[in-house]
Design a protein around this ligand. Sequence first.
Ligand SMILES: [Zn+2]
Length: 301
Amino acid sequence: MRSLILLLLIVPLLGAFELGLHPTKISSTVTCFLGKPEVMNTTNNGNMVNSCYIATSQGYVVIDSGSSYAYAASAYKAMHITKELPVILVIDTHVHDDHWLGNGFFVAQGVRVLGSDDFAHNSRIDSPTRIQTHISPQAYANTIPTRPTEMIDHDTNLTFGTTKLQFHLIPTLAHSAKDLVIFLPQSKTLFAGDLVFNDRIPSLLGGDINGWIGALEQLQKYGATTIIGGHGYKTDAEAMTMTYGYLTHLRHAIRNALHAGLGIEETMNTVTLPEYKHLKMFETLHRSNVEAAYRTLEWEQ
Ligand SMILES: [Zn+2]
């Protein structure tokens, strides 16, 4: 009898990869899973990205569905340990696959998923996905790349119970072609997606340094007291300081190099920004960031 009970307990877990996400309470209504400041690999298995859920009187609103089916399933389980509420909406902040490959889990349950219309142009749903080639096959199991069920091309507002949500699309290439930010005006909480990194160096690959700095200057006007980025543990009013500082220092140094007539190789060797060297992923990303920014800024000459 005891072995039968044990079997009944174990069988449902077989085949279901347990990512073991840990919720961090940010405020009375916002809880987040803050991923490790690392590149995706077979150790973190995609737990290297931030996602959150907002408790409203109608149900949970999820910000980013995460890097896989297993990620979304683990988030869902943790949410329901906190409080039994239905998930009424998932929002995808941008097209990079570590943020939305969990969509399939929620769409299979009939949940509405909202993202920008950039998903129609720039999200890759063919295999293998970037995440798939970096995490273990067990962790990726059951993941079906699924675009949002609703793609918006303009700013909008939604209200669930008494919770107001403002959606703002960044109209120019910044971190991605069309980053979507969500602001809760009542609690001054800003979900900035990958426009905000901290605890690690951001990646400029596929982005635009001028557009990104401009977007952060727009976000600064919100006066948010809680800011949750796509990567990093810091969630207070200063959470965007590191990204803004790094990008503006980088732009300043590269403009100086361009004025001095330096080529791209020389610039990559001299713009070393040692004040950011202590941050995670500096060695992996900084040189390629210099290259990406140089390619944009050389056109200003
Ligand atoms: Zn991204």
